[in-house]
Ligand binder design. Structure first.
Ligand code: HEM
Length: 206
């Protein structure tokens, strides 16, 4: 069983994760500032924010299996921050799209949502993230009780839609990247199935 860190260590860990998860954003700001975003800066920003949104969503989903596997219950204390970071990058992703591709025209965004299936799917994934972010506070958790857990199962649907979004936008039939993310997501889902949990893999790893 992994030991539980003390208050100070946990605070330092949280700060470390906070800075680490913020670093792609800081790098984007820096690269924008020095003009290091390649020949198509908007596409580069769109891709970087989309990738980090998805990666952090997967990292958030990894917390529960990792906690069970290692017995490190304190990991759960990092989950909300990681989930909110996934939302943060998804917001930036949408912002870049609306500001630079549609020049802030919500009508043009709506037309695009109806026109291109991958935009519709991405938008649905984003919409699912909103109630999760809004209800991520301790107060909301307390107020919603059991309903909180039920509501937060939306994160699985959000993961599926984000992956579908990625498959649909993939060009020239190179599906390696979405397949890799899908494999990670599928692995994390598998570890949540009660029958798999009962195999006692956790105890063997500890
Ligand atoms: C809010 C609605 C969304 C819109 C309008 C949107 C739009 C886009 C666009 C236009 C692209 C680039 C497509 C291309 O290069 O041809 C893209 C890529 C991507 N998006 Fe979204 N997206 C949305 C939501 C999301 C969400 C919620 C996630 C994940 C949390 C996500 C993850 C990605 C990923 C991983 C990529 C591919 C990046 C890459 O190829 O490196 N998107 N999205």
């Amino acid at each position: 069983m992994a030991g539980q860190p003390g208050k100070t260590t946990l605070r330092a860990l949280k700060l470390g994760v906070f800075v680490l998860a913020l670093s792609p954003f800081l790098l984007m700001v820096w690269d924008t500032f020095i003009g290091n975003l390649g020949t198509n800066p908007v596409e580069e920003l769109l891709h970087r924010n989309g990738d980090w949104g998805l990666r952090l969503l997967l990292v958030t989903l990894a917390i529960t299996p990792l906690r069970r596997l290692t017995g490190a219950n304190w990991l759960v204390r990092l989950r909300r921050m990681l989930g909110l970071y996934a939302f943060f990058y998804a917001c930036l992703h949408l912002l870049v799209f609306v500001v630079f591709e549609h020049e802030l025209s919500l009508a043009a965004l709506w037309e695009d949502i109806l026109d291109r299936p991958f935009i519709l799917v991405g938008f649905c994934a984003f919409l699912l993230l909103v109630p999760l972010a809004v209800t991520s506070t301790k107060g909301m958790m307390r107020r919603l009780g059991k309903r909180w857990q039920r509501l937060h199962r939306l994160v699985y649907a959000c993961g599926v839609l984000a992956l579908l979004h990625m498959f649909l936008l993939t060009k020239s039939n190179d599906y390696r990247e979405p397949l890799l993310y899908t494999a990670v997501f599928a692995g994390l889902m598998l570890l949540r199935i009660p029958a798999v949990r009962q195999l006692g893999l956790w105890q063997r790893f500890r």
